[in-house]
Design a protein around this ligand. Structure first.
Ligand SMILES: [Fe+2]
Ligand SMILES: [Fe+2]
Length: 189
């Protein structure tokens, strides 16, 4: 896979997890799903670990650097996307604290947890949208073949967008799929 395909695939993987998260929140709010704190904890672990350790470093350290070299006027866009990465990490930490507060408070704590989760989910969709609609088209237009050779080589280790290059997130991903009810997973209804 080439770098752009890998970024698209990782955005789809993260998007699917975020959609599943949204589905679980909707179910709890509607009373059709019982809160499963093991699942909520696994979802937060995935959105904390995979973007920070797998996806964002490739963007920050490779793709953004090459784009800045070739397209200096993209500096403001890149600054915004890098700031999003930092805020995303802060939001997932806040989300973990909110989950603990929810678990301690019981049903009365759901609204505050959901608000925190929706803030993260909305920000994630917006961020992916800007990268897909602004950053990647710019990269495609303006980077030269020799730029892509370097970027593709740096991305080549990542073959599986769900599980990480050495499968380090495979078990976590499988656990989530097993717990989320259909249609977003295969867990109990
Ligand atoms: Fe990003
Ligand atoms: Fe991204």
């Amino acid at each position: 896979m080439k770098a752009i395909d890998i970024i698209h695939a990782e955005h789809r993987a993260l998007g699917a997890i975020v959609q599943a998260f949204r589905f679980v929140l909707d179910g709890i709010r509607a009373g059709t799903l019982q809160p499963d704190f093991v699942l909520l904890d696994a979802l937060i672990e995935y959105i904390t670990e995979v973007p920070d350790k797998l996806h964002h470093p490739k963007e920050d350290d490779v793709l953004f650097v090459k784009i800045l070299e070739a397209v200096p006027e993209a500096a403001a866009l890149i600054d915004k996307l890098k700031a999003d990465h930092l805020h995303g990490a802060q939001r997932t930490h806040a989300l973990r604290a909110a989950l603990q507060a929810y678990q301690a408070a019981g049903p009365a704590g759901f609204a505050a947890f959901e608000a925190q989760a929706l803030t993260y989910i909305d920000a994630t969709w917006k961020h992916i949208g800007i990268e897909e609609q602004e950053l990647l088209p710019l990269a495609r237009q303006r980077l030269a073949p020799q730029d892509w050779a370097g970027i593709d080589a740096a991305f080549a280790a990542n073959k599986d967008p769900w599980s990480g290059p050495t499968g380090e997130y495979r078990a976590l991903f499988s656990r989530i799929v097993a717990m989320v009810p259909a249609p977003h997973g295969v867990g109990p209804a």
